[in-house]
Design a protein around this ligand. Sequence first.
Ligand code: FES
Length: 144
Amino acid sequence: MTQIQAATPEDTKGIEEMLTASGYSRTAINYYINKPHMGQIADPDITSQMTGSCGDTMGIYIKMDNGVVGDAKYQVMGCAGAISAAMAVVDLIKGKDLDYARTIDDGVVFNVLEEIPVKKHHCIQLAVKTLHKALDAYRLKKSA
Ligand code: FES
């Protein structure tokens, strides 16, 4: 698991330069640095957790509001690719219904991120699989 924490503006600049040199787009770097949807939601309606083959782990927490995703967060113990992908997924599903949320796939997330290193594409898969696992479990519960 690789997680870099910036302590000062200079650190942030250094991290941005490293990520740019590694092949991350400005959009992906902003998601990683700002982590706008990182954390947990108390009493979520929908949740799941997954660990990737790399050992990185993430959980998703979704709160519904009148049939659409009212709020969502990911808790990510993982790399810059995993964090940026998870943050992008939340922006894609917020305010949308669950049928739409289930259509989100790796390609859609990649298009939002614009560019991340090829070796990090599996990190997008982890974020998407975590979402799909949560939605499928929720649907199963609702239909039981
Ligand atoms: Fe494990 Fe990115 S290296 S999710």
